[in-house]
Each structure stands twice: as C-alpha cells, then as structure tokens.
Write a protein that binds this ligand. Structure first.
Ligand SMILES: NC(=O)c1ccc[n+]([C@@H]2O[C@H](COP(=O)([O-])OP(=O)(O)OC[C@H]3O[C@@H](n4cnc5c(N)ncnc54)[C@H](OP(=O)(O)O)[C@@H]3O)[C@@H](O)[C@H]2O)c1
Length: 299
C-alpha cells in the first residue's frame, strides 16, 4: 500500500484510509467491524477517521483495534453534544469533554488528529473553540489539530493558519475544492484527507439503494454523464477512486464501508496508481463544462 506524507504532520499514511461513519450510522455488528478492520490493518491500512457524532462508530473502532493502537493513526472530530452527541454545539467548554469521551471510546490515551467537525466560519473567527482545541493538544490529548469542512468555511479555516490537516469532500461529483481550496492547503503544507472520495458510489444507488445523503451526487452525476460510469461497476469505482487520489495535494482517501472484504478490494483498485493525464483531464474538463455555480462542497 502506497503511503504519503500527511502534510506538516509528517505522518506517513496509507493512500486508502478508512472512513468510519457508515459502520456507526448503519450499526455494523462488532464482530463484522473486527473482521473488517483487522483484515484491513493486515493489508496495509494505517489511518482511520471517525467522529464523536457517528453513533457507535468510535466504540466499534476502539473494540476492533484498541489492542493494535500502535499500528494505526486515529483521527476523530468534535463539535457535537447532547445525550447522543449528535447535536451540533460549539460551546467551547464542550470540546475537551468530547475529546475525553472519544479517548475512552477509542480505548486509547492519545489521538493523532482531532478535527473541528463542520465548524462555521463565524465560530472559527471567534477563536475560543480553537483555543480549547489547542489546549487539548498542549495537554497531549491529541498530537495534531485539524479542520473538517468545505467551501468558504474551509477557506476561512485555512487562512487562520492554526490547523495541521484539512478533511474535505473531493470526488468526481465534487470538485470545487480542487480549484478553490487545495491550492491554499498546499501552500501551507496541510495534510489533506479526501472525504466522500468515491462520491458515495451514488451512481450505483448510494446507501440503502437511494438515500437522501447521496442524492445531490446522484443528481450531479446524471448531468455530468461521465462515459466511464457505464463500464462495469468495479471499473467505474476504480476510476472514481483513482481520480481522487490523482488530484494534486490529496494525501489519503477515506472510503467508507461496512463490508469486511471491501477495504482489501478497494486497496487493489488504488494500487493501479494515478489515472493517466488524459483520463484525469477529461473528468476535470467535463466538470468545468457542466458544474453549476451552486455545486459547492457537500458536508
Ligand atoms: N467531516 C464530515 O462532515 C464528513 C462528511 C462525510 C464523510 N466524512 C468522512 O468520509 C468517509 C467516507 O465518506 P462516505 O462513506 O460518505 O462516502 P464514500 O467513501 O465516497 O462512499 C462510501 C459508499 O461507497 C460504497 N462502496 C465502497 N467501496 C465500494 C466498491 N468497491 N463498490 C461499490 N460500492 C462501494 C460503500 O458501500 P458498502 O458499505 O456496500 O461498501 C458506501 O456506501 C466517512 O466515513 C467519514 O469518515 C466526513
């Protein structure tokens, strides 16, 4: 598995990471997650992304890989509270509570990156949430701090010059970041984590065969009508994944799945390497021709 340096963090991360929202929201059984993550770690995975608000995700990850903590970089997110930790809440005092809960659930005494989860630019500029996050880093609860979000908020976050990493939507149906955000991130040597990296496989139906979450991508892809989406499903997934990993400045793609064999399968697709220039540029050109001004980065 190819590894890339995650910007100024210096962490050498697998180009295929693991996005742990789906296992939480879709209540994957613990034994399935153990098989999934155990097999993936054996095959070269070394980066897992989760969040306090992804239902039981942190707990499932902690159970599955807590005993292999030294083999993996763990990233989580904060910015939610409430009994289920699913309500956005930017009260500064909640940041450390959220991080301490994440540490417990992930069965570790430090995190590699804690990210602000879709924090709006007004809250970012106010500064008190960031100050709390920095205090948590200074206490050793996390090694690095990051921002997870899109579009104007992501640009505002980068310009503050306090974050080590940026997690942002980048895929065949979501290319705003390639033009507006990644150049700024590269100038500052931020580690870039592509979320939703295969556009939720929306052209194959999305989660539950047609959910609201992937609906914007399904609509966009109908208009983009890329020819390669007519090829056999796994060929099209390969092109979508390799597109994201070819984009200049992307270090890792955190594809989500709840299926045990999927990570190894996707690792083989990623191992085919960058898309040839002509294929990459054709996807970029089609986007430039078709994308509407309101096709901004999806949360
Ligand atoms: N910060 C944020 O606000 C935010 C927002 C969105 C996402 N994220 C992060 O990004 C991660 C990934 O995002 P995502 O899961 O929404 O999108 P994604 O990785 O683009 O797509 C995941 C979907 O693709 C399917 N899939 C994966 N490999 C496949 C293959 N080879 N063939 C066919 N289908 C395949 C999965 O289904 P199966 O289960 O059937 O494999 C799943 O439904 C999340 O887990 C999370 O960590 C963060």
């Amino acid at each position: 598995m190819e590894r890339r340096r995650l910007g100024k963090t210096g962490m050498e991360v697998s180009v295929l990471g693991f996005g742990a929202s789906e296992i939480g929201y879709e209540h994957a059984p613990p034994a399935t997650v153990e098989r999934l993550l155990g097999g993936a770690l054996d095959a070269g995975l070394n980066l897992i992304d989760t969040a306090a608000c992804y239902a039981d995700s942190e707990d499932l990850v902690g159970r599955a890989i807590g005993h292999r903590r030294g083999e993996v970089f763990l990233m989580t997110k904060c910015g939610h509270a409430g009994a289920e930790f699913n309500l956005p809440d930017w009260s500064p005092s909640l940041i450390v509570r959220s991080i301490e809960r994440s540490l417990k659930r992930l069965r570790t005494d430090y995190l590699d990156v804690v990210q602000l989860h879709s924090c709006d630019s007004a809250t970012l500029r106010d500064g008190s949430v960031i100050a709390e996050l920095q205090r948590a880093r200074d206490r050793g609860l996390t090694r690095f701090i990051g921002y997870s979000g899109d579009s104007d908020d992501a640009i505002a976050a980068i310009r503050l010059e306090v974050f080590d990493t940026l997690q942002i939507s980048i895929n065949i149906a979501d290319q705003e970041a390639l033009e507006r955000v990644l150049p700024l991130a590269r100038e500052r040597d931020l580690g870039v984590i592509a979320k939703r990296p295969i556009a939720n496989a929306a052209w194959l139906g999305g989660r539950f065969g047609g959910d609201l979450y992937s609906l914007p991508y399904r609509r966009r892809l109908r208009k983009l009508a890329y020819g390669f989406l007519k090829s056999p499903p796994q060929e099209a997934v390969a092109t979508a994944l390799r597109f994201t990993l070819t984009a200049p400045g992307v270090h890792t793609a955190i594809v989500g799945t709840k299926r045990p064999s999927r990570w190894e399968h996707n690792a083989r697709l990623a191992a085919r390497g960058p898309l040839p220039d002509s294929e990459y540029e054709a996807i970029r050109a089609r986007w430039r021709m078709v994308a509407a001004p309101d096709w901004t980065g999806q949360r």
